[in-house]
Design a protein around this ligand. Structure first.
Ligand code: FES
Ligand code: FES
Length: 151
Protein backbone atom coordinates (compact mmCIF):
# COMPACT_ATOMS: atom_id res chain seq x y z
CA UNK A 1 0.00 0.00 0.00
CA UNK A 2 1.30 3.44 -0.89
CA UNK A 3 1.08 6.37 1.52
CA UNK A 4 2.60 9.81 1.93
CA UNK A 5 6.35 9.84 2.55
CA UNK A 6 8.25 12.93 3.64
CA UNK A 7 11.99 12.97 3.02
CA UNK A 8 14.41 15.67 4.18
CA UNK A 9 17.03 16.00 1.49
CA UNK A 10 19.72 18.66 1.19
CA UNK A 11 17.89 20.85 3.68
CA UNK A 12 14.55 20.68 1.88
CA UNK A 13 11.42 18.76 2.75
CA UNK A 14 10.06 16.61 -0.08
CA UNK A 15 6.54 15.30 0.27
CA UNK A 16 5.78 12.27 -1.88
CA UNK A 17 2.01 11.77 -1.66
CA UNK A 18 1.73 8.28 -3.10
CA UNK A 19 4.95 6.51 -2.16
CA UNK A 20 5.76 2.85 -1.74
CA UNK A 21 7.83 2.81 1.43
CA UNK A 22 9.70 -0.29 0.33
CA UNK A 23 11.35 1.50 -2.58
CA UNK A 24 15.08 2.13 -2.37
CA UNK A 25 16.33 5.57 -1.41
CA UNK A 26 18.54 5.45 -4.52
CA UNK A 27 15.44 5.23 -6.71
CA UNK A 28 13.70 8.11 -4.95
CA UNK A 29 16.77 10.29 -5.30
CA UNK A 30 17.37 9.61 -8.98
CA UNK A 31 13.92 8.96 -10.39
CA UNK A 32 11.58 11.07 -8.22
CA UNK A 33 13.85 13.96 -7.28
CA UNK A 34 16.30 14.00 -10.23
CA UNK A 35 19.37 14.05 -7.98
CA UNK A 36 21.50 12.43 -10.63
CA UNK A 37 24.80 12.76 -8.79
CA UNK A 38 23.82 9.56 -6.98
CA UNK A 39 24.96 6.67 -9.16
CA UNK A 40 23.97 3.03 -9.22
CA UNK A 41 26.90 0.68 -9.64
CA UNK A 42 26.54 -2.71 -8.01
CA UNK A 43 23.17 -2.15 -6.34
CA UNK A 44 24.36 -4.41 -3.52
CA UNK A 45 26.29 -2.14 -1.15
CA UNK A 46 29.74 -3.03 -2.45
CA UNK A 47 30.92 -0.18 -4.69
CA UNK A 48 30.02 3.07 -2.90
CA UNK A 49 28.84 4.85 -6.06
CA UNK A 50 25.47 5.56 -4.41
CA UNK A 51 26.88 6.99 -1.15
CA UNK A 52 24.87 9.69 0.62
CA UNK A 53 25.06 11.07 4.15
CA UNK A 54 22.22 10.09 6.48
CA UNK A 55 22.29 12.10 9.70
CA UNK A 56 25.93 12.86 8.86
CA UNK A 57 27.04 9.26 8.29
CA UNK A 58 27.95 7.80 4.88
CA UNK A 59 25.54 5.10 3.74
CA UNK A 60 24.75 3.24 0.54
CA UNK A 61 21.43 4.52 -0.77
CA UNK A 62 20.94 1.29 -2.72
CA UNK A 63 20.52 -0.55 0.59
CA UNK A 64 18.16 1.90 2.29
CA UNK A 65 14.40 1.85 2.02
CA UNK A 66 12.66 5.19 1.76
CA UNK A 67 10.09 4.26 4.37
CA UNK A 68 12.59 4.12 7.21
CA UNK A 69 14.10 7.52 6.42
CA UNK A 70 11.32 9.89 7.39
CA UNK A 71 12.72 12.63 9.66
CA UNK A 72 16.31 11.68 8.84
CA UNK A 73 18.61 14.23 7.22
CA UNK A 74 19.84 13.05 3.82
CA UNK A 75 22.61 14.84 1.91
CA UNK A 76 23.78 14.21 -1.65
CA UNK A 77 26.55 15.91 -3.63
CA UNK A 78 24.01 18.55 -4.68
CA UNK A 79 23.65 19.49 -1.01
CA UNK A 80 27.36 19.93 -0.25
CA UNK A 81 28.86 23.39 -0.12
CA UNK A 82 30.14 24.87 -3.38
CA UNK A 83 33.50 25.32 -1.64
CA UNK A 84 33.87 21.62 -0.91
CA UNK A 85 32.75 20.49 -4.35
CA UNK A 86 35.05 22.95 -6.10
CA UNK A 87 38.03 22.10 -3.91
CA UNK A 88 37.51 18.36 -4.47
CA UNK A 89 37.20 18.89 -8.25
CA UNK A 90 40.29 21.10 -8.36
CA UNK A 91 42.36 18.57 -6.45
CA UNK A 92 41.11 15.74 -8.67
CA UNK A 93 42.21 17.69 -11.70
CA UNK A 94 45.55 18.53 -10.11
CA UNK A 95 46.33 14.93 -9.09
CA UNK A 96 44.69 13.10 -12.00
CA UNK A 97 41.98 11.62 -9.78
CA UNK A 98 39.23 11.84 -12.36
CA UNK A 99 38.89 9.41 -15.25
CA UNK A 100 35.38 8.32 -16.30
CA UNK A 101 33.86 9.99 -13.23
CA UNK A 102 31.37 7.26 -12.33
CA UNK A 103 32.80 6.82 -8.84
CA UNK A 104 33.39 10.54 -8.22
CA UNK A 105 30.14 11.31 -6.40
CA UNK A 106 30.73 8.53 -3.91
CA UNK A 107 34.26 9.70 -3.23
CA UNK A 108 33.06 13.29 -2.94
CA UNK A 109 30.55 12.29 -0.27
CA UNK A 110 33.20 10.32 1.62
CA UNK A 111 35.57 13.27 1.43
CA UNK A 112 32.87 15.56 2.84
CA UNK A 113 32.34 13.15 5.72
CA UNK A 114 36.06 12.98 6.42
CA UNK A 115 36.38 16.77 6.20
CA UNK A 116 33.68 17.07 8.86
CA UNK A 117 35.72 14.89 11.19
CA UNK A 118 34.08 11.58 10.31
CA UNK A 119 37.28 9.63 10.80
CA UNK A 120 40.84 9.98 11.91
CA UNK A 121 42.91 12.38 9.85
CA UNK A 122 45.96 11.56 7.79
CA UNK A 123 46.82 8.23 6.22
CA UNK A 124 44.01 6.40 8.01
CA UNK A 125 41.44 8.70 6.42
CA UNK A 126 42.59 7.95 2.90
CA UNK A 127 42.60 4.23 3.56
CA UNK A 128 39.14 4.36 5.08
CA UNK A 129 37.78 6.31 2.15
CA UNK A 130 39.22 3.89 -0.34
CA UNK A 131 38.11 0.79 1.52
CA UNK A 132 34.39 1.10 0.75
CA UNK A 133 34.46 2.83 -2.62
CA UNK A 134 35.47 1.14 -5.84
CA UNK A 135 37.00 2.96 -8.81
CA UNK A 136 36.94 0.82 -11.93
CA UNK A 137 39.50 3.14 -13.52
CA UNK A 138 41.86 2.46 -10.63
CA UNK A 139 42.93 5.97 -9.64
CA UNK A 140 43.22 5.08 -5.95
CA UNK A 141 46.68 6.52 -5.44
CA UNK A 142 45.64 9.80 -7.05
CA UNK A 143 42.53 9.96 -4.86
CA UNK A 144 44.68 9.37 -1.80
CA UNK A 145 46.61 12.50 -2.68
CA UNK A 146 43.34 14.40 -3.15
CA UNK A 147 42.15 13.41 0.31
CA UNK A 148 45.51 14.12 1.91
CA UNK A 149 45.44 17.66 0.50
CA UNK A 150 41.81 18.16 1.39
CA UNK A 151 42.11 17.38 5.09
S1 FES B 1 25.28 0.93 -6.02
FE1 FES B 1 25.13 1.11 -3.87
S2 FES B 1 27.03 0.32 -3.16
FE2 FES B 1 27.11 -0.01 -5.28
S1 FES C 1 37.15 7.35 -12.38
FE1 FES C 1 36.15 5.79 -13.48
S2 FES C 1 35.30 4.50 -11.96
FE2 FES C 1 36.50 5.91 -10.88
Amino acid sequence: MNTRLILHINGNEHSLPDAWHGRRLLDYLRHELSLMSVKEGCGEGDCGACTVLVDGEPMCSCLLLGGVLANRSIVTVEGLSDDHRQRFAQLCEQHGGLQCGFCTSGFTMMSAWLAEGGSETGQNSSDKLLAGNICRCGVYQQLKKVIADLL
